[in-house]
Design a protein around this ligand. Structure first.
Ligand SMILES: [Zn+2]
Ligand SMILES: [Zn+2]
Length: 205
């Protein structure tokens, strides 16, 4: 259809909570819109964001890079709407799609930012907040994965230690418990106990 797209905020719970997205459903100058899409996105728990205008369908930004469809909103002062987790995932705190753009929600928590850079490959570079267990677990799985090139495939214990060293948060109850236990034993210097814990981590998923 020839209708514009518009910005929405995702639901405040679940995956990518409160992230800003662009999707069909924007109104044109005569107030007409693709109301089927509009209703569909509302039903999915997305809230339309008004006040920063619309955007064009993504084909209009094809040559301009992944952040380009957000630029019309950023040009109208919409940076404040973006949650810190989205800014970090897009690495906009390093390279904003609009030059000089500052993201207040990120600025407010930037002392809680963590960074994971895989030493086995150059392409895995993740930014997250210190309570973002989801991203932390993705880093954990990355280290554990078998890439068939002699890299990664770390044991649970090694992956745990690497992530702790880089200050990456991850939970999954059992892993957190193991990490704590390892820390405790390293402090007490009991190497035999360390082995026992490492064995205990060999359980399958
Ligand atoms: Zn890697
Ligand atoms: Zn990096």
């Amino acid at each position: 259809s020839g209708y514009p797209w518009q910005y929405y905020r995702r639901s405040s719970t679940g995956d990518h909570a409160s992230w800003i997205v662009y999707a069909p459903g924007g109104a044109n100058d005569r107030g007409q819109r693709d109301s089927g899409s509009f209703v569909q996105y509302m039903t999915k728990g997305m809230k339309p964001i008004t006040g920063y205008g619309n955007c064009s369908p993504p084909s209009a930004y094809h040559e301009l890079g992944p952040g380009a469809p957000f630029v019309p909103m950023l040009e109208r002062g919409g940076a404040r709407e973006f949650p810190a987790s989205q800014v970090l995932t897009y690495k906009w705190h390093l390279d904003p799609p609009l030059k000089g753009c500052v993201f207040p929600q990120y600025e407010a928590v930037k002392d809680r930012v963590r960074h994971f850079e895989c030493e086995d490959c150059d392409r895995y570079d993740m930014w997250m907040l210190d309570d973002d267990m989801e991203t932390g677990m993705a880093c954990f799985r990355h280290l554990r994965s078998n890439t068939n090139d002699g890299r990664h495939e770390y044991s649970r214990r090694e992956a745990t230690l690497i992530l702790k060293e880089q200050g990456v948060p991850f939970s999954a109850g059992r892993f957190a418990a193991i990490a704590e236990e390892l820390k405790r034993m390293e402090i007490s210097g009991n190497a035999d106990d360390l082995q026992a814990v490492a064995k205990g981590t060999q359980e399958s998923d």
